[in-house]
Design a protein around this ligand. Structure first.
Ligand code: NOJ
Length: 513
């Protein structure tokens, strides 16, 4: 049950989900600020990221809880419009830059490695107004933003993620439209976006590679979030492989495969299907040779977000495969289902099949040959805020078991594991009603008090012993409950912070008047 020496443990968050301070200083508006302010009812519980965990002010608390957990690294993201208020490099925000400087320095002071994601769903509104991820010019706009961020922080940040979950940004968004910016366009949207995201990632990767890699010995990649797709019956095996190529290959082959470019099978299927639909060209835009070369090989490790699995079967004759959040259901005439044996969770997208992570890793290693894999997200969402969260403990423990098996039995090179999330936060369309935190956050408390759940104690023990062979926190829960749930004392530093925030409010009011 021991993890290999050097295996690292971390936890993750993202800017819009935790920072709050949506209009602090000269921060520009992003798509979430704008859409939620216009129509708050799009979020299940009517909350927003306006304040959320208030990490813009409470970053010291975040670093402290990361330290209390014994994390080796903390993965957070940078808000594009906090650094570049207009979305473009004509203006760099001094306050924005200062904020992340403080956070990075404090993490390093406490011996925690910062892992930084450049883009985690919070597109500048200005860029969305110009077509967002479907405008090919975004490739250069993203490169400008990346260049600015590297310039500021590359001396201290050694692990980077360019873009988080392109499959969500493109397929999920344009097929289901159930995330901001709520634009559905199933024909070209997912595929143009797919290509632009890869190109934007590649440009940022090359900027880092050419200017910083040798000097700082850092690494950089893109965070993919494959859902493990498993054949329902033996006769669905070939179809499942196509589905994996559609879902995972389309976002990974162009970067990781020896040949570069789209998975050839998918390129062919898309060309034929587009023709059948009357398009005079393939809906999957092609790469020029130059573009293929630009994207191919732009990785230093594989960043894997993994949560769940689905079964694949072919659609029956009378059945419309419908539109799913991974493109390809119509083109491949397939249906994705949840196995009734896999436990359901409060989070509708997640059913629990821990073996899926091991199988996914084996598939990636077979296709792309011995990757160095960093699991950049894995975790469980619950509606209950009960701090005795045994479900989360089991989810994390069972996935870690499979990761150990992948390492020890399959020879996978997995270098670390990240829990989503360090603390409860703004879970996109579910708002604050879906909780992923190792720490509970009291959103009604002015200081957004953070309280460790049982899962935090469990994870801390795993990290401390570098092993899964640790007691279940139920043994000690009474003690923990007393210490943390009833006996929480507000620290002096917190009181000082409240005073500062109040003072800031008063000064702002006076200035505005
Ligand atoms: C993946 C995303 O990266 C993150 O933002 C989200 O909160 C979690 N999954 C849970 O849905």
């Amino acid at each position: 049950m021991k993890f290999p020496p050097g295996f690292k443990f971390g936890a993750a968050t993202s800017a819009y989900q935790i920072e709050g301070a949506w209009n602090a200083s000269d921060k520009g508006r992003n798509i979430w600020d704008s859409m939620i302010h216009k129509n708050p009812s799009i979020i299940e519980d009517g909350t927003s990221g306006d304040v959320t965990c208030d990490s813009y002010h409470l970053w010291r608390e975040d670093v402290q809880i990361a330290h209390d957990l014994g994390l080796h690294f903390y993965r957070f993201s940078i808000s594009w419009t906090r650094i570049l208020p207009t979305g473009f490099p004509n203006k760099i925000s001094k306050d924005g830059v200062r904020y992340y400087n403080k956070l990075i320095d404090e993490l390093l002071k406490k011996g925690i490695e910062p892992i930084v994601t450049l883009y985690h769903f919070d597109l500048p509104l200005s860029i969305q107004n110009l077509g967002g991820w479907t405008n090919p010019l975004i490739v250069d706009w993203f490169a400008d933003y990346a260049r600015t961020v590297f310039l500021m922080y590359a001396d201290r940040v050694k692990t980077w993620v360019t873009i988080n979950e392109p499959m969500i940004i493109c397929d999920f968004n344009y097929n289901v439209g159930n995330l901001v910016p709520q634009i559905t366009e199933e024909f070209l949207g997912p595929f143009i976006c797919n290509k632009n995201v890869l190109m934007a990632h590649a440009k940022a990767w090359r900027i880092y590679d050419e200017n910083y890699k040798e000097k700082y010995q850092g690494k950089i990649s893109i965070a993919n979030n494959p859902i493990w797709l498993e054949a329902q019956t033996e006769k669905d095996e070939e179809l499942s492989e196509r589905a994996r190529e559609f879902g995972v290959g389309r976002y990974s082959d162009p970067i990781y495969s020896k040949e570069g470019g789209w998975p050839p099978t998918i390129e062919k299927i898309m060309a034929e299907y587009s023709k059948k639909q009357g398009f005079p060209y393939s809906r999957l835009p092609s790469f020029t040779d130059e573009e293929k070369k630009l994207v191919q090989g732009t990785y230093d490790y594989f960043s894997l977000n993994h949560y769940t699995s689905r079964l694949v079967r072919s659609a029956r004759a009378d059945e419309d495969p419908g539109l799913w959040y991974i493109s390809g259901s119509r083109e491949l005439n397939l249906v994705l289902e949840k196995d009734p044996q896999w436990p359901k969770t409060d989070f509708v997208y997640i059913v629990i099949q821990p073996e899926g992570i091991r199988r996914q890793i084996a598939w990636l290693n077979k296709r792309y040959h011995n990757l160095s894999i960093l699991i950049t997200e894995n975790g469980l969402g619950t509606r209950s805020s009960d701090n005795y969260d045994t479900g989360r403990i089991h989810y994390i423990r069972d996935h870690l078991k499979q990761i150990l098996l992948a390492i020890k039995e399959d020879g996978a090179n997995i270098v670390g594991y990240t829990v989503w999330s360090l603390m409860d936060n703004f879970e996109w369309m579910f708002g604050q009603s879906m909780k992923f935190g190792l720490y509970d956050v009291d959103f009604s408390h002015p200081l957004r008090r953070r309280t460790p759940r049982a899962s935090a104690h469990f994870y801390r023990n795993v990290i401390k012993h570098h092993s899964l062979d640790v007691p279940h926190p139920s043994h000690h829960w009474d003690k923990y409950r007393k210490t943390y749930n009833n006996g929480v004392t507000i620290k002096y530093s917190n009181c000082f912070l409240v005073l500062l925030v109040l003072l800031e409010h008063i000064i702002c009011k006076l200035l505005l008047n």
